[in-house]
Design a protein around this ligand. Structure first.
Ligand code: AMP
Ligand code: ZN
Length: 133
C-alpha cells in the first residue's frame, strides 16, 4: 500500500512535468547524462548533432527547459527568439548561411514529431527540395 503522502508527491511531480522530464532523451542530453556531439551551450539552450542526419549539416537546437512542443501553452517568446538566433549563428559557424539552410520545428505526429521536447532542426549542405514530404 503506497502512503497517501507519496501518492500526492507522485501526482504533483506528474502535473509539473517532472515524470516526463525523467524519461526525456533531450532533457538527458541537456543535463549531460546522454552522450551527444555538442556544438553550443548557454544558459537557455543546447545545440548538438542529430543522431540520424538528413543532410550534411543537421543540428538540433533545444531549450534546456522541458517544453513538449509548440502546442504547449505560454511558451516563452523570448526563448523562441533565442533558439532562432542561435540557429542562425550555428548556420554561420557551419558555413551554410550563404548557400542556404532550413529551420524546422515539427509539431505532433502528422508533422513527424518523434521526440516530445521542443527542438529546432537546422539543415543544410545540400539542395533542400520544396515542399517537404
Ligand atoms: P522530430 O522527428 O522532429 O521529433 O526530430 C527528432 C530528431 O531527433 C530526429 O531527427 C532524430 O534523428 C533525433 N534524435 C533522436 N534521438 C537522438 C539522440 N539521442 N541524439 C541526437 N539526435 C537524436
Ligand atoms: Zn525534455
Amino acid at each position: 500500500m503506497i502512503p497517501f503522502a507519496v501518492k500526492r508527491l507522485i501526482f504533483y511531480a506528474y502535473k509539473k512535468g517532472v515524470m516526463k522530464m525523467l524519461g526525456c532523451i533531450f532533457c538527458q542530453v541537456a543535463a549531460g547524462q546522454k552522450p551527444a556531439t555538442i556544438f553550443h551551450e548557454d544558459d537557455r539552450c543546447v545545440v548538438f548533432q542529430d543522431i540520424n542526419p538528413k543532410a550534411p549539416v543537421h543540428l538540433l537546437v533545444i531549450p534546456r527547459k522541458h517544453i513538449s512542443s509548440l502546442n504547449e501553452e505560454n511558451v516563452d517568446e523570448n526563448l523562441l527568439g533565442h533558439l532562432l538566433a542561435v540557429a542562425a549563428k550555428m548556420a554561420r559557424e557551419k558555413g551554410i548561411d550563404g548557400s542556404g539552410f532550413r529551420t524546422v520545428i515539427n509539431t505532433n505526429a502528422e508533422a513527424g514529431q518523434t521526440v516530445f521536447h521542443l527542438h529546432l532542426h537546422v539543415l543544410g549542405g545540400r539542395i533542400l527540395r520544396w515542399p517537404p514530404g
